[in-house]
Design a protein around this ligand. Structure first.
Ligand code: C2E
Ligand code: CA
Ligand code: CA
Ligand code: CA
Length: 275
């Protein structure tokens, strides 16, 4: 028994070492990719659910590393946060995304994700405003998506940064609502302009009464609070119909379009708006 116990400890340690090495390999590759400007924003359409017209795009990070191949954002964003790469990565992405979005029709907004750790860093506001100024991008066309986790670590720091952003006309969107540590108190205390209902509710809305009731309740509450609501992860027509019927204003998901690179997005817009 002792032997197998010790054996297990050895295997476990080796696995942990492997995992740590893998993280470090990704971190180093990511640092190189960020300084070479090789992480790209892709853009997923957000539509008005009643007309199905595009009203804006969410920027989503894509990294195809020359050595590691495609690494999904669910993997590299947490590593970037943990290893202190998120600020430079985020600046690279916002710079690229605002340059691209400058070429779109003026009425379309750009929605951009901020990580929780960026709401603790008091340089974040300045960094965002500098990029907008440099690229002459109208702040009123920018939306910042944050999650509740981002508000929990240091609420007063987050509040300060959000205040700076809102003072120049940037809108604030609460992402992934309904997952994690949802607190209604936060909706009262923080001035959100928008709320995004998490895909988990949307995907089960057709065959799950509780999800339907939760979505209806969120929509009623947001109407009272004057918040715009976008439902995420809409994959089929029946979901879109039902959400629209319930009074949800905005929608996002594969039904309307997958995230695409700048060129494909521009081609998509030319097809909608003409040249
Ligand atoms: P998120 O902000 O909740 O982004 C929505 C995710 O849902 C995206 O995954 C998108 O591709 C996916 N999605 C959209 N429509 C559908 C659908 O109809 N069905 C399904 N199954 N999925 C759909 P993605 O691009 O892999 O990004 C994952 C997460 O990584 C994001 O979740 C966000 O938390 C983070 N992320 C991505 N880009 C950035 C970034 O530039 N900065 C930061 N801080 N985080 C980012
Ligand atoms: Ca988001
Ligand atoms: Ca989301
Ligand atoms: Ca998410």
């Amino acid at each position: 028994a002792k032997r197998s116990g010790r054996g297990r400890v050895v295997v476990y340690t080796r696995e942990m070492e492997e995992a740590a090495k893998r993280l470090t390999r990704i971190e180093q590759a990511l640092r190189r990719a960020v300084s070479a400007g090789e992480v790209e924003p892709h853009f997923q359409p957000i539509v008005d659910l009643s007309t199905r017209r595009v009203i804006g795009f969410e920027a989503l990070a894509r990294w195809n590393d020359r050595d590691l191949g495609f690494v999904p954002p669910d993997v590299f964003i947490p590593i970037a946060e943990e290893r202190g790469v998120i600020a430079s990565l985020s600046q690279l992405l916002l710079d690229k995304a605002t340059r691209v979005a400058s070429q779109w029709p003026d009425e379309l907004f750009l929605s951009f994700n901020l990580s929780p750790s960026q709401l603790v860093d008091q340089n974040t506001g300045y960094q965002i405003l500098s990029i907008l100024a440099r690229n002459e991008f109208d702040p009123r066309r920018l939306e910042i998506e944050i999650t509740e986790t981002g508000l929990m670590t240091d609420a007063s720091s987050a509040e300060k940064i959000i205040g700076e952003l809102r003072s120049v006309g940037i809108r604030i969107s609460l992402d992934d609502f309904g997952t994690g540590q949802s607190s209604l108190g936060r909706l009262r205390d923080f001035p959100f302009d928008k709320l995004k209902i998490d895909r988990a509710f949307v995907s089960s809305i057709l065959n799950d009464k509780p999800s339907e009731h939760i979505i209806r309740a969120i929509l009623a509450m947001c109407e009272g609070l004057g918040m715009y609501v976008v439902a995420e992860g809409i994959e089929d027509d029946a979901q879109a119909e039902m959400l629209s019927e319930f009074g949800c204003s905005g929608g996002q998901g594969y039904l309307f379009g997958r995230p695409q690179n700048a060129e494909a997005t521009s081609a998509f817009l030319h097809a909608c708006y003409g040249p």
